[in-house]
Design a binder for this molecule. Structure first.
Ligand code: KG4
Ligand code: ZN
Length: 334
């Protein structure tokens, strides 16, 4: 039997639709919302409105690119949680309407589980059980994945997410939002051991990034007192040193998780997995620790409907359908 699924992702500021046939992603169209740049962060109300404008053309493009029509679909999937409630409502309502009109099953997907299962889109794929470090603007988690239906958080941040640590540090340096990719860019020519930022001592597999942000604030205040041009003159070294510390915090906990679980297949996912330093660190640590390492293709790292489609595919095979009375939620039980 052939299974074709249309998936919709609208949890934050990307409107995305993807078509998946028998576990292969045929199209993954993403419309980003430039409207937020001038505000230095995502404005929820504007995000919902932009989703309303984007959703029909985005779904249309995804279907065309896949060479499919509405009548070819076997199920409609959507991101149920977590995310901005107004944004989630647009995708959920659209998916429910389509499911009702086509009389095809509806499949609700958990956004954070989908980030993890993005690692099952392309070959080579990790074997079960695997560990995934999911690092995005809103989340930092180590997830143990025993099967597509059994995922468990074994460590997570107790305050800021890794992406927030990048973005808030960038803001302190006067860089525009989102600052993560800019820190990555400047770090490439800087010395990572020039400035030492503290590594928090958090028990178990949990993370903390709020102390780092405060340390950077004090460090900048201290140094700009004597030299107002301190940031401009040392930007590359400051970025490299901040990035180095964020990565060491992440990698040390990931190493600990592999030792505690004995699991050797290790993935990363989420927007911060685009960071070149983190990608190199995963590869180098993986070589040393004899891990098999995996990183999804870039288009499946940031928010995208391809990851929703692959998760929905496994749910479809297991007959895990969602009633039309389902509603999205900003926060989600795992
Ligand atoms: O997963 P994502 O696209 O959106 C969600 O937060 O769900 O992640 C966005 C985060 C932002 O904090 C952004 O600064 C960060 O990912 N990011 C990066 C890089 N590219 C994106 N952080 C560091 N280096 C990058 N190259
Ligand atoms: Zn995300």
């Amino acid at each position: 039997m052939s299974v074709t699924i249309l998936a919709i992702e609208s949890s934050c500021d990307e409107t995305s639709a993807a078509v998946c046939a028998d576990g292969k992603i045929l199209s993954n169209f993403i419309a980003s919302q430039a409207v937020h740049e001038q505000y230095g962060g995502v404005v929820p109300e504007l995000a919902s409105r932009a989703h309303m404008q984007n959703i029909v053309p985005v779904v249309d493009k995804a279907l065309k690119e896949a060479g499919k029509q509405l009548s070819d679909l076997d199920a409609i999937a959507f991101t149920q949680a977590p995310g901005l409630i107004g944004s989630l409502l647009v995708g959920a309502q659209f998916a429910k309407s389509l499911s009702l009109a086509l009389n095809k099953p509806l499949i609700a997907v958990h956004h954070m589980q989908a980030h993890v299962l993005a690692n099952l889109i392309d070959d080579p794929k990790p074997s079960f059980p695997f560990l995934c470090l999911t690092v995005s603007g809103g989340h930092t988690q180590i997830v143990q994945c025993d099967s597509p239906h059994q995922l468990r958080i074994i460590g997570e941040t107790i305050d800021d997410a890794a992406g927030e640590a990048f973005d808030k540090s960038a803001k302190l340096l006067g860089l525009p939002y989102p600052g993560g990719p800019l820190i990555d860019k400047y770090a490439k020519t800087g010395k990572p051991d020039r400035f030492k930022f503290p590594e928090p001592q958090i028990p178990g597999l949990d993370f903390s990034f709020s102390g780092l942000k405060t340390a950077i604030l004090y460090f900048l205040q201290e140094n700009t007192k004597t030299n107002p041009n301190f940031v401009e003159e040392n930007l590359a070294d400051i970025c490299a040193s901040i990035q180095h510390r964020i990565i060491s915090i992440l990698m040390n906990k990931l190493k600990k998780a592999t030792i505690e679980t004995g699991i050797k297949d290790v993935c990363i996912a989420g927007g911060v997995s685009a960071n070149s330093g983190l990608r190199t660190a995963l590869k180098e640590t993986g070589d040393k620790m004899k891990w098999n390492t995996f990183i999804p293709a870039f288009q499946y790292c940031t928010d995208n409907a391809g990851m929703i489609a692959i998760t929905a595919y496994y749910k479809f095979l297991a007959g895990e359908y969602t009633p039309l009375t389902a509603s999205p939620s900003a926060k989600a039980e795992w």
